[in-house]
Design a protein around this ligand. Structure first.
Ligand SMILES: [Zn+2]
Length: 592
């Protein structure tokens, strides 16, 4: 709607991408030049990595870092352009050119990692220890973890050739979900639009929204199941090609997390389902029903005041300022430098993200600010990423600044907690306090518990497919309900149509076992927040170093420096203690 922008206090808050490239033509020129340099890098080093001494390796790494930054800048520019003008002709052209260029870049540079991985352990250890390569040391060490799962260069090239066919299946899935029209309340609505009604005040509207969604999914179940069946079948075949021994192995490896630690975390989540049941029962009382239905899960509680864009940006920056002045500056620069796009408008994508752009660039944030409490939370989240990217970008190289998703979501979640706790400490209006607590609790549940049950659902599907059985819609429906049941227990009634709930979730299709990274980040952040409360000054100093460290070490080692031992199964209990505290606070806040 065109009128929203002018009424919204974020009107006109658009980023300025000309600081990256003046025009898309300049981006194309930069891409072509980087590809040229990629070709000469290949000519200089292919077949020679094994001969390099420490100085030679350092020089090669410097060129790799430079190429990485240049490709990353072009790719980000094109992605950012597209995200605010999805249908734009220039945007689609530059995007197509960049996609093609990046595939070429990967093909050009793949040899370097493969030859490095192929070095014998002793020679590699000597080079890794050399002071010349100190800044890229973790990258050199850590990519060797893929050694047992990597094939020869020509085999890897051939495997990469299948990528377009594999991604065509996920495109089909996305087309079904994005073109789905859900008739509801007198209009055809997208999935996101209809799901926004599950937060409606009227119970019959919330129930109706779910019913309409599940009914609309029904005719597409066999297509969606077939896509998943095909993709899982392909992944299992690739696991055999790459010698992976369990379904989650490629993801754990990518996240650099020990499989036992992830297992212990998922088990700990499931042991704490009673906290969720306790909240659901309390929520039933709050909204005046005898038992909660699924559709009541996100029913609004309390009523939060609204926040203008200026209030929200000030609130977040000043909350972070208590934590560290340098971090406050990161936020204020982001606002002032035209690196923030907050105004909702036609043609812009939904949701929010923070783009690191490149190690030698500064981050950009996209969000759709609508003056709600949730937008304040989103802003804090994205700024959490922003401060991480900025600090690690300053201290690390292109190859060591950007951590894998599990660790990357820690600073964003932690920043949300800083802002939430400040809001709660200062807020005196009872309905706003209750709204704040409910939002925090339900946000944590949707992450910690719900993303865990998604992992269990996926594991069931992989197990069945690996036994040579097809993933038919009914079977997926049974797995989905079986995975959900322990979370909701007998505290929440699940509607019949909920067995179709798997059929629109993109994570299963795009990246297997993606969702536990959110669980990890949330539980780690809760535990870190407890440490911050215990000794703010000492923690703040260590935390700045943690941000600067980027991915210059394993997640386990980086977190150990903050006093958190993720290899100890008991470490997860701290997060649940904090969740329990929030539920207790919300119970106390409730008017008798
Ligand atoms: Zn995030």
């Amino acid at each position: 709607m065109s009128s929203t922008a002018s009424e919204n206090s974020s009107a006109g808050v658009r980023w300025d991408l000309t600081t990256l490239f003046e025009t898309s033509e300049d981006a194309r020129t930069a891409l072509a030049a980087a590809l040229d340099d990629g070709r000469s890098f290949r000519a200089d080093y292919r077949g020679r990595v094994a001969e390099l001494d420490a100085q030679g390796l350092a020089e090669a790494l410097e060129r790799m870092n430079s190429l990485e930054n240049r490709f990353s800048r072009v790719a980000s520019y094109s992605g950012l352009r597209m995200s605010v003008n999805i249908a734009g002709e220039d945007e689609r052209d530059i995007n197509a050119a960049v996609d093609q260029g990046l595939v070429e870049a990967q093909n050009l540079l793949r040899f370097f990692e493969l030859e490095w991985i192929a070095l014998d352990d002793e020679r590699a250890a000597t080079l890794i220890a050399a002071s010349e390569v100190e800044r890229d040391r973790h990258w050199l060490r850590s990519i060797r973890r893929f050694a047992p799962h990597t094939r020869s260069e020509s085999e890897e090239d051939m495997l990469a050739q299948r990528e377009p066919a594999v991604s065509a299946w996920s495109t089909l899935f996305d087309q079904v979900t994005s073109s789905l029209q859900v008739p509801f309340e007198g209009a055809d609505r997208t999935i996101d639009e209809v799901l926004s009604f599950v937060r409606d005040e009227r119970r019959e509207t919330r129930i109706g929204a779910y019913e309409a969604l599940f009914a609309a999914l029904e005719p597409h179940l066999s297509t969606q199941a077939h896509v998943y069946d095909t993709i899982v079948g392909d992944r299992l075949a690739m696991d055999r090609v790459r010698n992976h021994t369990h379904f989650r192995a490629p993801r754990d490896l990518q996240n650099e997390l020990p499989t036992e630690a992830v297992d212990a975390m998922l088990d700990a989540v499931e042991r704490h389902h009673p906290i969720a049941h306790r909240w659901w029962r309390h929520k039933a009382k709050l909204i005046g029903v005898s038992k909660l239905k699924l559709a009541d899960q996100y029913a609004p509680i309390g009523e939060s005041r609204r926040f203008t864009y200026d209030e929200a940006t000030e609130l977040v920056a000043s909350s972070l300022a208590r934590f560290s002045p340098r971090i406050e500056q990161v936020a204020r620069d982001l606002y002032a430098d035209g690196r923030m796009d907050a105004e909702p408008r036609q043609g812009k994508r939904g949701g929010a993200f923070c783009a690191s752009v490149a190690q030698d660039a500064r981050p950009f944030i996209l969000m759709n600010f609508t003056e709600k409490l949730d937008d304040v939370r989103t802003l804090a989240h994205e700024l959490g990423h922003g401060m991480h990217f900025e600090l690690s970008g300053t201290a690390q190289t292109a190859l060591t600044h950007h951590p894998a998703i599990a660790l990357a979501e820690v600073p964003s979640t932690f920043a949300e907690m800083i802002v939430f706790n400040r809001l709660l400490a200062e807020e005196t209006d009872p309905p706003t306090r209750l709204a704040l607590l409910a939002q925090q609790i339900e946000g944590a549940f949707a992450t910690v518990f719900r993303q865990t049950l998604m992992v269990r659902y996926e594991a069931s599907a992989y197990a069945m497919r690996s036994e040579g059985k097809a993933l038919l819609p009914d079977r997926l429906g049974e797995f989905w309900i079986a995975a959900n049941r322990p979370y909701y227990g007998d505290a929440v009634e699940l509607p019949d149509g909920y067995r179709h709930g798997w059929a629109y979730i993109p994570h299963f299709i795009h990246t297997r076992f993606y969702t536990y990274a959110y669980v990890f980040a949330h539980l780690v952040s809760l535990a870190l927040y407890a440490r911050y409360l215990a000794d703010s000054d000492a923690f703040s100093q260590n935390y700045m170093q943690f941000l600067e460290a980027g991915s210059s070490d394993t997640p386990a080692d980086l977190l150990a420096r903050l006093g958190l031992d993720i290899t100890d199964p008991a470490c997860w209990n701290e997060g649940f203690a904090e969740l329990e505290r929030l539920v207790t606070m919300a119970e106390a806040e409730t008017p008798a």
